[in-house]
Design a protein around this ligand. Structure first.
Ligand SMILES: [Zn+2]
Ligand SMILES: [Zn+2]
Length: 819
C-alpha cells in the first residue's frame, strides 16, 4: 500500500479530481447499459443570476448526495443540468448593465444583450457547481434560450392548445408597472409596508347624509364601481340597495352587501375599485359589476381617469387627496402597516389590470394535482401539503403570456382581417412568428392572406415546467419513457408553489402522468442573524468565499449536517471550520494507518486471529453501515453525516487506533497473527468509512481511496465502487460488549493520566483491576495484552473480586495504578 503524505492541500485535491472525473466521464449516464436500473434526477435548471450562494450549496449538495448514493447502490444515474435563461430578472439586469430600456431598442438587439449576460452568468455558476464537486453529467447541458429548447416549449403549447387547455382571455392579471408585463401569482411576494389610511366622506344620493370610507388608495377613486357593507353590520346595513356618490368623478354607484367586508377594518364601509386588490376582483365577479379600468400598462392613469390622466399613481394620489381636502371631504389620515403585493424581480408594487392574455386552464386540473401529489414520496412527507394547499388556493388560471422580449415566442399569428388565431403546426417549430409568416396560403376562415404575429412571449416557467419530459429525451427519443417520470425532483421549500406545482400541472396535462416519483425538499439558508440569508439584509455569505477558504468537502458537510431535510439551515462559520477539522482528523488517521499497513496483504482465505477489540470495531462498523444506509434511503443527510462523523472521530480514531497501536508496533510481543488481525480491521474499517463518506465528501475520500486502495480494489473510483451492504454476520453483540468493557478500562486509565497531567506514555509499574465478578474478569483477560500495551503497564493483574480504587463508570470495575 502506498503511504499517504502527511500534509494535504484540499483545494488542490479538489481541483485535481474534478478535472479527472470530467476527463474520464466518471458520472456519465450510460444509455446503452440497460442491465442496471436507471435513476433519473430532474435537476431544476436555475436562473442564471451570476450568483452562487449558500442556498445553492445546500440544494445542490442534497441532490448530489442522493445521486452519488444511488450510483454506488448500483443505479445507472442520470443527472442532467440545464439553465433556465428567460427570466424577467435577466431583462431587468440587461437594462441596468447596458443603460437601455428594452422598448427603446430593437427586440433582436435586446435579445442579444440578454444572451451575452446569460452566458456570462452561466459560466460563473457552472464553475461554482463544478467546484462544489457536483456529479453532473455535463454532456446533457442545455439552455432554454436555444431554439432547440424553444421547439420543445412551443410543441408542448401546441399540444395543449389542441387539447383545449390553452385559451386567450381578458381577465384581471397581476401586472408589474416597472417591468411592464403580466406576472403570475407565484411571482408576487407579499411585503409589509407603511401606508396612509385616508378617511373620506362619500355623500349618499339625494340625501344630506354621507358615509365615511377609509382607503389607502384614494388614487383609485375614479375606478370605484360600488360600495360594499357587511349585511350583518347593523350600523350601516340599512343603506344596502341605496346609491352613493363617488367624489372626484361624481358618479352614483350601488351600495351592495358583501360578507367578506370586515366591519372592524377602517370604517366598515368599503369602496370596490377595479382593481385595488384580489378581493375587489372577487367582488366584481360575484356581483357582475362592470369594471372601469383607469391604469395603463406603464402604471400611469389612462383617459378614464379624466383630469388625472397621464399622472403616475403617486402623482394622482397627491392630486386627488388635495382635491378631496379642498372639497372638505377628507376627514383625517392615519399611518398603518399594510400588506402589499410586490414584483418578485424588481420589488415594485404590483397592480391588477385587465388585458388580453394567454392562459393555461390549470384550475381544471387541481383535483388531479392533489391526487397525484398524494402518491408522490416527499422528503420530508409533510411538504406535500404545501403543494396541495397552493393548488387549492389559486383563484385564477395560469397567465402564460408575458409582454417581454427575452422569452420563447408564442407560436401564433392572427388573421389581419378576421382575427382568426393561426396556431403553428407541430412541424414548424422552433419558429418566431415575428420573423416568419405562418406556412399557409390563406386564412382558413376568411381566405385573406395577411397575418399579424403574436408579439408576446411565454412565461419562463413554460420552459422549465416540462423539464422532466425534456430531460428524459422527449419528444425526440423513442426511449424517453425509460427516464420518465423522474425518480427524484429536488426543490427548495420556497419554490414548491412554482417548480413542483408547474411541473405537476404541465405534465399531467400533457401526458396524464406524474412527472416525478419523489420530491426532495431543502429549506432556506439563514444568515448569522437568524433571518433568511439575502444580500439586502447584509447577512449574506457568497459560496466561493466559503469554498476558497475551506474547500467544497467542508462546505458540503455543513449542508448535510446543518439540520433535518426540509428545515431551514443556519450558516455558521464554526460549522465549516469543524468540518475542516474533521477532514484533517480523517486525513491524519488515514496517513497513520497507511504507514502501519505498508507490509499488509489482504488475504481472506488465510483468515485472521481477531481479538475482542477487532471484533468490537468490525461489529460497530456494520451497525454504522446499517444506520447510514437507512438514513440515506430516507434522505436524512444530517443523520448520516453525524453518525459517520461521530464514529470516525471518537470510535475509530480516538479509541480503536489508539488501542491497537502497540500491537501494530510490536509484533515480537504480540505475535504476527494478532498484529495482522489489527491490520485487517484498520484496512477494512477505513475503507468502509471512505465509502460511507464518499457521497458527502467526494474529493477527500477519492484522494485517500486512490492512494491507499485503488490498486487492490478493482474500481477506478470510490464513486464507482458498490455501496457496502451491511454484513449482519459481523454484527456480534457479545463481542461488542466485551470490546466495550476493554475499551472502557483503557479509556479510564488514559483519563486518569491526563487528569494527573502525565504524558499518556507514562509507564505504570503495577496496575490492579478489580473486575467485581468472574465474567467481567474473563472478558478483560481476553484484552489483557491490548490494555497493558496501550496503557504502558508493566504488571497488570485482573482479579474477579471487588476492591478499592478508581471506578469505571457504571461497570462495577475498579482499578488501582502505581506509577
Ligand atoms: Zn417588476
Ligand atoms: Zn381571416
Amino acid at each position: 500500500m502506498k503511504p499517504l503524505p502527511r500534509e494535504f492541500n484540499i483545494l488542490e485535491i479538489e481541483r485535481k479530481w474534478q478535472t479527472k472525473w470530467e476527463e474520464t466521464g466518471t458520472y456519465h449516464f450510460d444509455a446503452r447499459d440497460k442491465k442496471r436500473p436507471s435513476f433519473s434526477i430532474d435537476t431544476p435548471p436555475p436562473y442564471p443570476s451570476g450568483d452562487f450562494h449558500m442556498g445553492n450549496v445546500l440544494n445542490w449538495t442534497y441532490f448530489d448526495i442522493a445521486a452519488r448514493y444511488k450510483r454506488m447502490r448500483g443505479f445507472n444515474v442520470f443527472f442532467p443540468q440545464g439553465w433556465d435563461c428567460h427570466g424577467l430578472g435577466i431583462e431587468v439586469q440587461a437594462e441596468k448593465e447596458n443603460k437601455v430600456r428594452k422598448r427603446e431598442i430593437p427586440p433582436d438587439k435586446f435579445r442579444k444583450l440578454c444572451e451575452v449576460l446569460v452566458n456570462k452568468y452561466i459560466a460563473i455558476m457552472k464553475e461554482a457547481v463544478v467546484r462544489l464537486g457536483i456529479s453532473i453529467d455535463w454532456t446533457t447541458e442545455y439552455r432554454t434560450m436555444n431554439p432547440d429548447y424553444w421547439r420543445r416549449t412551443q410543441l408542448s403549447f401546441i399540444l395543449l392548445h389542441k387539447k383545449g387547455l390553452m385559451y386567450q382571455g381578458t381577465h384581471p392579471i397581476n401586472w408589474c408597472p416597472r417591468c411592464e408585463t403580466a406576472i403570475a401569482d407565484a411571482e408576487v411576494n407579499y411585503d409589509q409596508r407603511e401606508g396612509t389610511l385616508h378617511y373620506i366622506k362619500f355623500p349618499l344620493e339625494n340625501s344630506k347624509d354621507s358615509l365615511m370610507i377609509a382607503t389607502t388608495r384614494p388614487e383609485l377613486i375614479p375606478a370605484c364601481v360600488a360600495v360594499a357593507i357587511n349585511p350583518t353590520d347593523d350600523r350601516f346595513n340599512k343603506y344596502i340597495g341605496k346609491r352613493i356618490i363617488v367624489p372626484i368623478v361624481n358618479r352614483a354607484v350601488q351600495i351592495i352587501p358583501d360578507e367578506t367586508v370586515d366591519p372592524e377594518f377602517g370604517t366598515g364601509v368599503v369602496m370596490i375599485c377595479t382593481y385595488g386588490d384580489k378581493a375587489d376582483v372577487k367582488t366584481v365577479l360575484h356581483h357582475k359589476l362592470k369594471p372601469t379600468i383607469i391604469l395603463a400598462g406603464d402604471g400611469r392613469i389612462n383617459q378614464n381617469g379624466g383630469k388625472y390622466a397621464s399622472l403616475t399613481t403617486s402623482e394622482a394620489k397627491k392630486a386627488i387627496v388635495g382635491d378631496l381636502d379642498k372639497q372638505g371631504l377628507l376627514v383625517k389620515t392615519e399611518k398603518i402597516t399594510q400588506e402589499i403585493g410586490t414584483c418578485d424581480r424588481c420589488e415594485s408594487p404590483v397592480e391588477i389590470l385587465e388585458l388580453k392574455q394567454w392562459f393555461m386552464r390549470t384550475r381544471a386540473l387541481t383535483d388531479d394535482v392533489e391526487k397525484t401529489a398524494n402518491k408522490v414520496v416527499w422528503y420530508p412527507d409533510y411538504m406535500k401539503t404545501r403543494l396541495i394547499d397552493w393548488a387549492r388556493s389559486l383563484d385564477w388560471d395560469w397567465v402564460i403570456s408575458r409582454q417581454r422580449v427575452f422569452g420563447t415566442p408564442i407560436p401564433v399569428w392572427y388573421c389581419k382581417n378576421c382575427g382568426e388565431v393561426i396556431l403553428a403546426d407541430e412541424s414548424w417549430v422552433p419558429i418566431d412568428p415575428k420573423l416568419e409568416n405562418p406556412r399557409i396560403k390563406q386564412c382558413p376562415k376568411c381566405g385573406r392572406t395577411e397575418f399579424v404575429p403574436e408579439r408576446d412571449v411565454f412565461d419562463t416557467w413554460m420552459d422549465s415546467s416540462i423539464s422532466c419530459a425534456v430531460h428524459a429525451g422527449w419528444p425526440d427519443s423513442k426511449d424517453w419513457r425509460r427516464l420518465f417520470p423522474a425518480d427524484m425532483h429536488p426543490s427548495g421549500i420556497d419554490i414548491i408553489r412554482t417548480w413542483a406545482y408547474y411541473l405537476m400541472v404541465r405534465h399531467l396535462a400533457l401526458f396524464n402522468e406524474t412527472p416525478y416519483k419523489s420530491c426532495l425538499i431543502n429549506g432556506m439558508v439563514l444568515g448569522l442573524d437568524g433571518r433568511k440569508m439575502s444580500k439586502s439584509l447584509k447577512n449574506y455569505v457568497a459560496a466561493p468565499e466559503v469554498i476558497n477558504k475551506y474547500g467544497a468537502d467542508a462546505s458540503r458537510q455543513w449542508a448535510a449536517a446543518g439540520g433535518a431535510t426540509g428545515s431551514d439551515i443556519p450558516f455558521r462559520w464554526p460549522d465549516v471550520e469543524y468540518a475542516k477539522r474533521f477532514m484533517t482528523k480523517l486525513w491524519n488517521a488515514s496517513a497513520f494507518v497507511s504507514g502501519l499497513l505498508k507490509d499488509y496483504e489482504p488475504d481472506e482465505k488465510a483468515g485472521y486471529a481477531l481479538q475482542p477489540l477487532d471484533m468490537w470495531i468490525l461489529s460497530k462498523t456494520e451497525k454504522l453501515t446499517q444506520a447510514v444506509t437507512e438514513a440515506l434511503d430516507k434522505c436524512q443527510f444530517n443523520i448520516a453525516m453525524e453518525e459517520i462523523r461521530n464514529f470516525t472521530w471518537h470510535v475509530f480514531c480516538d479509541c480503536y487506533i489508539e488501542a491497537v497501536k502497540d500491537r501494530l508496533y510490536k509484533p515480537e510481543v504480540y505475535g504476527k497473527d494478532k498484529r495482522r488481525a489489527a491490520q485487517y480491521a484498520l484496512y477494512a474499517v477505513l475503507h468502509r468509512l471512505l465509502q460511507l463518506l464518499a457521497p458527502i465528501m467526494p474529493h477527500l475520500t477519492e484522494e485517500i481511496y486512490q492512494t491507499m486502495y485503488a490498486e487492490e480494489k478493482e474500481f477506478k473510483s470510490v464513486h464507482l465502487s458498490p455501496w457496502p451492504i451491511p454484513n449482519t454476520k459481523l454484527v456480534d453483540e457479545g463481542a461488542e460488549k466485551e470490546g466495550e468493557a476493554i475499551m472502557a478500562v483503557i479509556t479510564e486509565i488514559r483519563r486518569e493520566k491526563s487528569e494527573k497531567h502525565m504524558p499518556l506514555n507514562t509507564p505504570i509499574r503495577k496496575l490492579t483491576v478489580y473486575a467485581g465478578n468472574e465474567e467481567s474478569a474473563n472478558t478483560l483477560l481476553k484484552g489483557k495484552e491490548d490494555i497493558a500495551g496501550t496503557c504502558k503497564i508493566e504488571n497488570l493483574d485482573i482479579l474477579p473480586k471487588e476492591g478499592e480504587g478508581r471506578e469505571i463508570s457504571l461497570r462495577g470495575i475498579r482499578f488501582v495504578a502505581k506509577y
